[in-house]
Design a protein around this ligand. Structure first.
Ligand code: FES
Ligand SMILES: [Fe+2]
Length: 383
């Protein structure tokens, strides 16, 4: 932080900013030390979307994912519940499951030295244990490290490393009552997903995702279906929301009448801290997640859930989303290049960037706050 303040002081003066700005600053984009700290202080205590229950049907089914730079896995248990673990063998750092989704028959064997774990995380066996460690080795202390898991709306799987972070319900409290009404559990995953790596800092994507100001210009093709000038921006706690009413001729309600009129007559682009952009509609839920890889590298992973199993319709929707993602990532890639200059100072947030500013402040607040000494104490099954 001190180093950043010094850079800031030294490079000041070329661009004079008359108004203060809490938007993303150049030195927050390229700094590897800051990135590493974000992996601990932001991702170490956040709920992160990992996948869905379509991949977790029978005992031994698993999904893998990342919470910041920490690989994790979630496995379906014999009793129908799901458990989450770090996807790291307790011996060395080897991964235990490698596919995004898969099935392991009762046990996970590490590919390096073959320590073998049950699907409940217990360490079942170490090859030649007596010779390698002696008979007193405390095998029961070396089970997989558990994490908190929440299956939300009978469908979406979230994970959290911290034991102290609020419950998932508290985490998304401002959105929860409406999300409970969408019947997300009845939506099915579309037949393919979008998955690309971009030369973008993850926070630049967060900022863009929470910017309702650019939509009218960067996504012009949507201007005919939305009343852009009637945008409503909201932000509270760890969630944000940008609502745009649809043009009168454009109906996305799918014949549903069980949602509020506002929810049927418009669309929301929302955000769940730290890295998830959900776009819920009456008949569809778009999920876009940004996974940080390095200061100048992020993965964008998108899925659509919906009521239609018509493959052509699904392809049209997915192509549309790919185009929207491209319009955004092309723009942000260009910003990234220009923000390489430490002399530039960004301008103030407009009203329609209020939620982006809110998210930048939240990230900075987390980065400035060390994890609690007992961040990882306590049970994982309280959710
Ligand atoms: S790293 Fe897993 S057994 Fe050695
Ligand atoms: Fe956009």
């Amino acid at each position: 932080m001190q180093r950043q303040a010094q850079w800031k002081r030294e490079s000041e003066g070329l661009v004079e900013p008359p108004l203060p700005s809490d938007m993303l600053q150049p030195w927050e984009i390229w700094d590897k030390d800051l990135f590493d700290l974000e992996m601990i202080r932001v991702f170490g205590r956040s709920w992160v979307w990992l996948g869905d229950t379509e991949d977790l049907q029978k005992p031994g089914d698993y999904i893998t994912g990342m919470i910041g730079s920490q690989p994790v896995l979630v496995i379906k248990q014999e009793d129908g519940s799901v458990k989450g673990f770090l996807n790291n063998c307790r011996h060395r750092a080897a991964g235990l499951a490698f596919e995004p989704a898969g099935f392991c028959n009762k046990a996970l064997a590490c590919p390096y030295h073959a320590w073998t774990y049950g699907i409940d995380g217990r360490l079942l066996s170490i090859p030649d244990m007596d010779r390698m460690y002696g008979p007193d080795f405390p095998k029961e202390e070396y089970g997989l490290v558990p994490i908190r898991v929440k299956v939300a709306f009978d469908k979406l799987v979230f994970g959290c490393l911290s034991r102290k972070a609020p419950t998932f319900e508290e985490w998304i409290a401002p959105l929860l009552p409406r999300y409970e009404k969408y019947k997300i559990g009845t939506f099915k995953r579309y037949h393919r997903e979008l998955d690309e790596v971009y030369p973008i800092n993850w926070k630049a994507f967060v900022e863009n995702s929470n910017d309702d100001y650019h939509v009218r210009f960067v996504h012009r093709r949507l201007n005919k279906v939305r009343k852009q000038m009637d945008t409503i921006v909201r932000f509270e706690g760890r969630t944000t929301s940008g609502y745009k009413p649809h043009a009168d001729s454009f109906d996305m309600s799918a014949g549903r009448t069980d949602l509020d009129t506002q929810d049927l007559r418009g669309s929301y682009a929302e955000f769940i801290y730290p890295n998830l952009t959900p776009l819920p509609y009456a008949s569809q839920l778009i999920m876009v997640r940004v996974d940080p890889i390095a200061p100048d590298k992020s993965r964008l992973f998108s899925r659509i859930y919906g009521l239609s199993d018509d493959i052509e319709l699904q392809n049209r929707e997915l192509d549309n989303l790919a185009l929207t993602n491209k319009e955004d990532t092309d723009m942000v890639t260009q910003l990234m290049e220009n923000l390489r200059s430490p002399f530039y100072r960004v301008g103030p947030a407009s009203t329609w960037e209020g939620r982006a500013q809110h998210m930048m402040r939240l990230i900075r607040q987390d980065v400035a706050t060390p994890l609690d000494p007992d961040e990882f104490d306590g049970p994982v099954d309280k959710d």
